[in-house]
Design a protein around this ligand. Structure first.
Ligand SMILES: Nc1ncnc2c1ncn2[C@@H]1O[C@H](COP(=O)(O)OP(=O)(O)OP(=O)(O)O)[C@@H](O)[C@H]1O
Length: 264
């Protein structure tokens, strides 16, 4: 499919910093206990990069994503998005969760249009945008169906379309394919790669899957066990490569990620 200029993000320049984390630390306090989830995180993500964050369970991956999304404030340090300090959620960041969280009473089209309606988009513009997005995620034929009529993979595609609707510069995905079967997961990984290539969005993808990180990250960051600190930070050309799984580079990167996750 050729690039769709209307769906492209418009960073100031190819190297503009989209997300900057400086000295970020997060400590939860629950029931009189303090849990240090993340510490000393310094990351600068350029516009258009696809950052895959991988690490053992409980290392603070979701915490990191939720802070960038603005759902959670860091205990220390600062997070900037597009140069501005993050003070809460905003239309510049779309979020996709492990569960699609679609509104069951709305059609697929209605779900994708929801944020646009709230943002006051005129009906004709909204309609055009929704149809473009449904095409982009491969749901062009099922816009009139309700979420319960869709497979899990289709629901997750609808969730991605909904997150992309207001044209956020950054798409944040928290284990978006973890609840799907292996085949659907592989297909959606490939589709997300295509969406990234076609839209030029900045992506932050949290995943348990070493393969997913190696396939989708133009930058791969591995966090240590809690408190999460960065133990591997590598740029990669693999998400731009067709059939990347078949390449020796994929195997080599996979091994380096695995070793970092295991603390070797
Ligand atoms: N609301 C909370 N209150 C207290 N502790 C929390 C809270 N949310 C997360 N934690 C703790 O913070 C640590 C990091 O959690 P987080 O969910 O960010 O890790 P994760 O790497 O995403 O884990 P997983 O891969 O299992 O989803 C964990 O030890 C978790 O138990």
């Amino acid at each position: 499919m050729p690039p769709r200029p209307d769906l492209l993000a418009a960073p100031d320049s190819a190297t503009a910093t989209a997300v900057a984390l400086s000295g970020v630390r997060h400590e939860y306090r629950s029931g009189g206990r303090r849990i240090l989830a993340l510490d000393g995180i310094d990351l600068r993500l350029a516009a258009g990069e696809s950052l895959a964050v991988v690490g053992p369970s409980g290392c603070g991956k979701s915490t990191l994503l939720r802070m960038i999304a603005g759902f959670l404030r860091p205990s220390h340090g600062e997070i900037r998005v597009g140069g501005e300090p993050v003070t809460g959620p905003g239309p510049d960041r779309g979020v996709v969760f492990q569960q699609p969280r679609l509104f069951p009473w709305l059609s697929v089209r209605g779900n994708v249009a929801y944020g646009l309606r709230e943002a006051g988009w005129a009906r004709s513009r909204r309609r055009e945008r929704v149809e473009q997005l449904l095409e982009l995620v491969g749901l062009g034929d099922v816009g009139g169906l309700r979420p319960y009529e869709l497979s899990g993979g289709m629901q997750q595609r609808a969730a991605i379309a909904r997150a992309l609707a207001p044209d956020p510069a950054i798409l944040l995905l928290d284990e978006p394919f973890a609840a799907l079967d292996a085949l659907t997961r592989e297909r959606l990984q490939e589709e997300l790669r295509g969406i990234w290539l076609r839209t030029g969005k900045t992506l932050v993808l949290v995943t348990h899957s070493v393969d997913e990180a190696a396939l989708l990250g133009s930058r791969v960051v591995v966090l240590s066990p809690r408190p999460g600190t960065v133990v591997l930070d590598e740029s990669s050309a693999l998400p731009r490569v067709e059939q990347a799984r078949e390449t020796p580079e994929f195997g080599a990167l996979r091994t380096r990620i695995l070793q970092a996750v295991r603390g070797e």
